[in-house]
Design a protein around this ligand. Structure first.
Ligand SMILES: Cc1ncc(COP(=O)(O)O)c(C=O)c1O
Length: 375
């Protein structure tokens, strides 16, 4: 039987062409022509100032610096997320305060946020899990009532929207990932979306080792020097060359991925009483087909099914290990609510193979095995 990989980057074809063009140009450093073309593409898509980074992790670290988080400050976020959401905050000496998720979308439960706010709270970091939008209206209302910044960790949310508005345009800042497991990829890669124009200049400085090199390149200053704290967050133009090829075909890639997502969904929904909880997408959300997940009734059933799939060469994988009960989460963070849904989700959720190289036959095979193991 063929192996069915969990994730694989989907080649468009133009990656090699652009990469070769970049190699021959001799301009392999950051912010050369391919990065500029990616910026133009993303700027117009988000109607914001975007900055390519070498990862979403880097973009989150930039966001934490831009918000001037200080030791002892608190940031509210879900525990059901990747470590980078919390690390960015911890690296500034600030404290992640973990709040539970909604059991439908698996996004931060907006009704629990206000009770977790203290005089030390500075920001809310939300995560759009599986490219399904958080409840941004109540979250923005809470933030504005309490004078808090909002950062959207949109690592999984490229080309997804909420009530017709692109995810990544709601917070002062948002971050994207182009890691090879995502829908649009450059190996490692990410971007910071700066929606608050007052933060643009400092964002450029932080990204360029704390210097005003971006202004120098634009001819606005005669020399560049050390202006602020910063690091090297920009990717090589070689990475941007691969990314540009993918961005140019992002609409088609997303459409194809969504068709595979819907193929899974149709099979599972047709099999009634299948013992599985399927993704629940609110009417206001337009997602991007990033993840197809099913939830089993308990950890034992999930693990039994996962191991059987793996034994057949099918890559079914779990997702986040909750941060609040991880060694570093216990050391650096604290909980701001019960974590019942987070713990239950981590135990029961299984992500199924999903990438552009899958066929409808692959989907049918994976789904039928999952249904059999769930019964
Ligand atoms: C929610 C979330 N944030 C951040 C990241 C980190 O992204 P990157 O690998 O681009 O640093 C991930 C990675 O999967 C993620 O799922």
């Amino acid at each position: 039987m063929n192996r069915v990989s969990f994730a694989l980057p989907h080649l468009i074809g133009k990656e090699a062409l652009y990469l070769n063009e970049c190699l021959l140009s001799g301009q392999w450093g950051g912010d050369a022509s391919f990065t500029k073309r990616c910026h133009a593409h993303l700027d117009s898509m988000y109607d914001a100032s975007t900055l390519l980074c070498h990862s979403c992790t880097a973009a989150l670290e930039m966001a934490a610096m831009l918000l001037r988080l200080q030791p002892g400050d608190e940031v509210i976020m879900p525990s059901f997320t990747f470590v980078s959401t919390a690390n960015a905050v911890v690296l500034r000496g600030a404290v992640p305060v973990f709040v539970d998720i909604r059991s439908d979308t698996l996004n931060i439960d907006e009704t629990l946020i206000e009770a977790a706010i203290t005089p030390r709270t500075k920001a809310i970091f939300v995560v759009h899990y599986a490219g399904v939008g958080c409840e941004m209206e109540p979250i923005l209302a809470i933030a504005s009532r309490h004078g808090l910044a909002v950062v959207e960790d949109a690592a999984q949310a490229y080309r997804a929207s909420w009530k017709g508005r692109a995810l990544g345009t709601f917070g002062q800042l948002a971050t994207l990932s182009f890691h090879q497991t995502k829908n649009i990829v450059s190996g490692e890669g990410g971007a910071l979306i700066v929606n608050d124009l007052a933060l643009v200049e400092r964002a450029q400085i932080i990204r360029e080792k704390g210097t005003n090199r971006s202004q120098f390149i634009r001819g606005e200053v005669a020399k560049y020097d050390w202006q602020d704290m910063g690091s090297s967050f920009l990717p090589s133009d070689l990475v941007a060359a691969v990314l540009l090829a993918q961005l140019e075909y992002a609409e088609e890639l997303t459409r194809h991925r969504l068709s595979l997502w819907h193929a899974y969904d149709a099979i599972f929904r047709a099999a009634s009483h299948n013992g599985l909880r399927l993704p629940e997408i609110p009417a206001d959300a337009t997602h991007n087909g990033h993840i197809y997940h099913v939830r089993f009734t308990n950890l034992e059933r999930r693990e039994e099914a996962r191991l059987k799939l793996v034994a057949e060469g099918i890559g079914g994988v779990t997702h986040y290990v909750p941060l609040h009960s991880s060694p570093a989460g216990e050391r650096y963070g604290r909980t701001g609510s019960s974590m019942a849904i987070t713990d239950e989700t981590a135990d029961t959720l299984l992500r199924l193979p999903l990438h552009g190289g899958l066929t409808e036959a692959d989907i049918a095979r994976v789904a039928s095995r999952v249904l059999e193991f769930a019964r």
